[in-house]
Design a protein around this ligand. Structure first.
Ligand SMILES: *[C@@H]1O[C@H](CO)[C@@H](O)[C@H](O)[C@H]1NC(C)=O
Ligand SMILES: *[C@@H]1O[C@H](CO)[C@@H](O)[C@H](O)[C@H]1NC(C)=O
Ligand SMILES: *[C@@H]1O[C@H](CO)[C@@H](O)[C@H](O)[C@H]1NC(C)=O
Ligand SMILES: *[C@@H]1O[C@H](CO)[C@@H](O)[C@H](O)[C@H]1NC(C)=O
Ligand SMILES: *[C@@H]1O[C@H](CO)[C@@H](O)[C@H](O)[C@H]1NC(C)=O
Ligand SMILES: *[C@@H]1O[C@H](CO)[C@@H](O)[C@H](O)[C@H]1NC(C)=O
Length: 562
């Protein structure tokens, strides 16, 4: 979120030039106007529909990738066969026979069968393993066709399958996406070791006054538990100094999230930046547009940028994956979501609801409504639920578009304040609530705006970051079963892997709140044996009373043997 963007001048369809944010006039000299660009509510159907989808389990594949005992579905095609009454992407009428019917699915590439199998109706992520030996590695993504039959009915879906050659010498690293979970898979930042799930947690980080001034900062951030640094571009630091900053990050074991806001529509600039950075072994992913929906950037700008970036990074430049995924952030609640999100693999949301008046703009002196005003949080209610609601809306839209398997959502917790709309900083505990809400509602990365921040936020963010290695074996596991539940405004995510369940909870109330284990569907034994706490941001277990005690805006995580 950059202040100058609020001042961007944007032309609206045929009207005189007017200043808008999320398509809404926000100055008192203009009147309210319908912004448009709303995500269409899918029409309903009175009879069931099958919305068949298929995707590769891990993207991209590389030569040598194979299935093993520990990961038998790594090389497979994931079939999603949701039955729905909404006319979402690729939904087709289905007559459902009685019993527990299964679809007979065949996946073909270039007319040749890649894999087949029986897939239960209404299942998700059903893996059909295959062998890469039936394909050759190449730049161009393969088009695959997935055909399902059931009692004489036939359904079709198409998908993309990227199987790239081993990275050439000019490419420093590869970041895959595990589409079974949405998580990133990368090698350690020095390039030595195996691919493993990475949970990116860190900050958009200022360069001129901070990173460039002190090359020991990355080592400190790494010690504090952060895994990624997202340098904010646009300053005056010269390239040689920037490179030393990236080197210091690499030495500290931190991944680089490379931001091209401000230049992402300039193909010459993007080309030289990508070619300069792509040989780094700590490059984790690209980042293009910063709130393009706020400024109403051209609707095809993010797709064009992504195609250019990936074409320089090993891909075909028409939608196939390159050696690193592409990300961006959206600020609006509902403004041309699909157009901007089409141009990324990871869409972030930055719902900033702490310290601002979300119904009356303290900056512009206008009300904020669905067709007017800018209050620093689009269509918000000024409560923590704005974050979880936004996460859920993004997830729902990805599902409706048939993108839920192929794109992931990350969260941008508010780590700033005392400016413009936001009259105060979040407290450290509030910062953790913001972050946990994102994670419990599907975020696979937490990158806050912005560092430097308050000592309180930094300390709490570090507490969360240092706890992540205990939690990611659950959150990023393809074997996890997941459920989310909110009780008395305490938001929980529960991930079960084998005989253990991770419980991650955040209290949205500004008052102490107790939640019993039975409310969470967990066994109440009156003892803490078999339970270990892995995050404490103001929440503890009272084992004798079989409940979790959350202080005001407290958060905690525990691993239960179940
Ligand atoms: C399909 O699965 C969803 C989610 O699990 C469930 O709510 C729905 O009832 C199921 N529909 C059918 C037809 O089985
Ligand atoms: C895959 O399909 C797309 C769109 O239909 C087409 O543009 C592209 O050339 C195809 N790719 C291959 C490798 O056939
Ligand atoms: C927001 O500002 C309006 C107008 O000044 C005021 O009536 C309202 O109470 C404020 N809301 C909050 C939550 O401060
Ligand atoms: C808030 O911002 C003002 C103006 O920039 C500054 O003078 C003040 O020190 C800041 N306060 C805090 C707590 O950061
Ligand atoms: C939360 O409660 C504390 C103590 O009563 C109070 O100082 C603070 O302003 C409250 N925060 C919010 C966001 O209402
Ligand atoms: C929560 O439980 C603790 C004991 O574990 C008790 O001291 C506290 O009063 C309870 N809080 C509420 C709000 O019921």
């Amino acid at each position: 979120m950059l202040w100058f963007k609020v001042l961007a001048l944007v032309g609206l369809s045929g009207e005189s030039l007017a200043q808008t944010w999320c398509g809404k006039h926000y100055m008192s000299t203009s009147s309210p106007s319908e912004p448009g660009g709303e995500f269409p509510v899918p029409k309903t159907s009175s009879s069931p529909l099958l919305a068949l989808r298929c995707a590769q389990a891990i993207r991209p594949y590389l030569p040598g990738d194979s299935n093993g005992d520990s990961d038998p579905t790594a090389v497979s095609i994931l079939i999603d066969a949701p039955v729905t009454f909404s006319r979402i992407a690729n939904a087709a009428a289905i007559t459902i026979p009685s019993g527990s019917p299964s679809l007979e699915v065949t996946v073909t590439v270039n007319g040749k069968t890649l894999t087949t199998g029986s897939v239960p109706l209404n299942s998700t992520k059903h893996a059909l393993p295959f062998s890469l030996s039936s394909l050759s590695a190449r730049t161009a993504a393969y088009n695959m066709t997935c055909t399902a039959t059931l009692s004489g009915q036939t359904f079709k879906a198409t998908g993309s399958l990227t199987y790239l050659p081993a990275k050439p010498s000019g490419i420093g690293s590869v970041t895959k996406m595990d589409l079974r979970t949405g998580a990133l898979l990368a090698k350690p930042v020095d390039g030595n070791g195996d691919f493993a799930p990475v949970f990116p947690i860190g900050f958009y980080t200022q360069v001129d006054q901070y990173l460039a001034r002190d090359l020991t900062i990355p080592a400190t951030l790494a010690k504090q538990g952060f895994t990624v640094v997202h340098p904010v571009p646009g300053g005056t630091t010269d390239q040689a100094t920037l490179d030393r900053v990236y080197d210091a990050m690499q030495e500290a074991g931190l991944y680089l999230m490379y931001d091209m806001r401000g230049t992402y529509q300039d193909s010459a600039s993007v080309t030289s930046q990508v070619n300069h950075v792509k040989s780094r072994t700590n490059l984790l992913l690209w980042y293009t547009a910063d709130e393009p929906d706020g400024t109403t950037d051209p609707l095809d700008a993010t797709v064009k940028a992504s195609n250019l970036i990936t074409s320089l990074d090993g891909a075909d430049g028409i939608g196939g994956a390159g050696y690193h995924p592409v990300s961006l952030v959206l600020n609006c609640q509902d403004y041309f979501f699909s157009s901007y999100t089409e141009g990324c693999d990871i869409v972030m949301q930055d719902t900033y609801m702490v310290g601002n008046n979300v119904t009356f703009s303290t900056v512009w002196g206008t009300p904020c409504t669905t067709d007017y005003g800018d209050c620093g949080c689009d269509n918000c209610h000024g409560r923590f639920e704005d974050i979880s609601d936004r996460m859920d809306q993004f997830a729902e839209r990805l599902f409706d578009n048939g993108w839920d398997r192929t794109k992931a959502v990350w969260t941008v917790p508010q780590g700033f304040g005392n400016e413009t709309y936001w009259k105060r900083y979040p407290t450290g505990k509030e910062f953790v609530v913001e972050s946990v809400l994102g994670i419990n509602h599907g975020a696979l990365g937490v990158v806050s705006w912005d560092d430097p921040t308050t000592d309180d936020i930094k300390a709490s963010a570090s507490t969360l970051a240092l706890s992540m290695p205990k939690m990611t074996p659950f959150i990023l596991s393809p074997k996890a079963s997941f459920r989310q539940i909110t009780i008395n405004r305490v938001d929980f995510g529960l991930w079960t892997v084998g005989s253990k369940t991770l419980v991650l909870g955040a209290n949205m109330n500004n008052a102490s709140t107790n939640i019993t284990l039975s409310q969470l569907g967990l066994p109440a034994t009156g003892s803490s044996s078999g339970i270990s706490q892995v995050l404490n941001s103001g929440a503890t277990l009272d084992a004798a009373r079989n409940h979790l005690v959350f202080t005001a805006t407290g958060s905690g995580a525990w691993i239960f043997n179940v």
